[in-house]
Ligand binder design. Structure first.
Ligand SMILES: NC(=O)c1ccc[n+]([C@@H]2O[C@H](COP(=O)([O-])OP(=O)(O)OC[C@H]3O[C@@H](n4cnc5c(N)ncnc54)[C@H](O)[C@@H]3O)[C@@H](O)[C@H]2O)c1
Length: 271
């Protein structure tokens, strides 16, 4: 008999930041694997466009307008998802990002950082995962099953220059992932798991300005990333899909509190 360790068909998977570069790749892939995908995001237009695209490929997807910083909105999302699908199996916290005032250009120092922007970036990248986790985990606990996947980063382990606020929050996401892995399993049992993936460097909207010069060439920062990556290239967003599939599936049933690094060797490399 064929085993079904990697079968994820029929699972209800909610993705915050669902039409972002990484989120939308995951949404499209998971729908092809028979997952019922719930796309959350702030723009109705972008969300509905992705929902339509997935449906036109024969997949099951639903979009709801959602701001990960708005508790009331998230509670409404939870009710809407339960009304439609009756359960939430998996939450992928893929909303996140940076903003100019919170990053430190090479000719500036931390004394030039805009504190309000810094606070917003920390809030988005930390509370933007904490709030959905708390709110959707409630539905998971009621249903006696739950699986949460956070998106950490290289800067969860070691600081990257220029992106202090983002790094502080992503380091906290690594800790939060492990904390919640213990918390949910101890209180509610072994059908609850919390893990993270730590993507290396992928060119997406949130880092394009840091990596690509206006004339299309690589920035000095991009060159230094590549020099520090044994694969000597950036990742392609579809290269995260295997890790996501694995963490959703029963193949990782005993994996709890892990941070799965997908980075062409960046994190393990020195010189
Ligand atoms: N691209 C990379 O190299 C890389 C590396 C490591 C980690 N990550 C992380 O992966 C995740 C996805 O990022 P991405 O690269 O696809 O970037 P992206 O900018 O394409 O996607 C992020 C999404 O989050 C959404 N978002 C921002 N604020 C929100 C809010 N308040 N409510 C709801 N949605 C909101 C954005 O609109 C966007 O759709 C982020 O957590 C990011 O930090 C990315």
């Amino acid at each position: 008999m064929k085993n079904n360790l990697f079968c994820i068909e029929g699972k209800v998977v909610v993705i915050t930041g669902g039409y972002g570069i990484l989120g939308s790749q995951m949404a499209m892939y998971l729908a092809e694997e028979g997952v019922r995908v719930v796309i959350l995001g702030r723009s109705k237009e972008k969300g509905e466009e992705l929902e339509k695209k997935i449906k036109s490929n024969g997949g099951d997807a639903t979009f709801f307008v959602s701001d990960v910083m708005d508790e009331e909105n998230l509670v409404q999302n939870r009710e809407d998802i339960l009304n439609k699908y009756g359960k939430i199996d998996v939450l992928i916290n893929a909303a996140g990002g940076n903003m100019p005032g919170a990053t430190i250009p090479p000719d500036k120092t931390i004394f030039d950082v805009e504190i309000d922007a810094l606070r917003k970036v920390v809030d988005l990248n930390l509370f933007g995962s904490i709030l959905p986790t708390f709110i959707f985990a409630k539905a998971m606990v009621d249903h006696k099953y739950g699986n949460i996947i956070n998106i950490a980063s290289e800067t969860s382990f070691r600081p990257l220059t220029r992106v202090m606020g983002y790094g502080v929050a992503k380091a906290a996401i690594a800790n939060f992932t492990k904390y919640m892995a213990g918390e949910l399993a101890i209180k509610f049992g072994d059908s609850f798991r919390v893990n993270a993936i730590a993507p290396g460097f992928f060119i997406t909207e949130q880092n394009r300005a840091l990596m690509i010069n206006p004339d299309g060439t690589y920035s000095d920062r991009a060159k230094s990333v590549l020099a520090h990556t044994p694969f000597r290239r950036f990742g392609e967003s579809e290269e995260l899909l295997g890790a996501i599939h694995y963490l959703i599936s029963d193949a990782s049933k005993f994996v709890n509190g892990s941070i799965l690094v997908v980075d062409g060797g960046f994190d393990s490399f020195s010189i």
